[in-house]
Design a protein around this ligand. Sequence first.
Ligand code: NI
Length: 225
Amino acid sequence: MKTSVINGLILSALTLSPLALANQAGDFIVRGGATNITPDSGKSNIMLAGADSTMTLTVDDNTQLGLNFVYFYNSNWAVELLAATPYTHDVTIQDKNAVLGVDGANLGEVSHLPPTLSALYYFDTNSAFKPYIGVGINYTVFFDEEFAEAPKSLGLSNLELDGSFGLSAQIGADYHLDEKWSLNASIRYIDIDADATFDVGGNNVGKADINVDPMVYSLMLGYKF
Ligand code: NI
């Protein structure tokens, strides 16, 4: 009895040997899970007709289904595409000087997709735990920008956010459960800056540079093909 348990342990240790778990050229891992985007809490200034309105805005966080596609060139180098279902963020306005009397009001919401292509470097660990670092490029496209009812009634309309190109950097790790399945956690920073424009009383005088610059947290389950 004891012998068979020990034999079983030895067998599973062999099956899960670092060699068997090593990533190889041509390996392809698909990961799915939760990806949270938490924008920089720093405030973005709102300009009206070229002057600082003293009003600022912030963008709240949102979690969506994230997908990673990772292709290995060898055991150290891989390329990763981050994709996700669309994010929708509430935008809140700070109006401490009561310019419009809307301090803390929901200004509206913006949706976006933040596809990010990264080069990953995996460290040699000789174990099931495989940490990596990565740098990448992000293109964020915004859509469905919309003012809430309250700012609309104040004459704000026609909100538009330009797309953003930026760099990203991340750290992460895979933990291989067996030859096929792995758990993944990663933290990345993406430089996302969007120029927003809007109309006030029908005149295109509103501007804000929105520094989204989010931290992006992912927890995923991966499967190796
Ligand atoms: Ni930035």
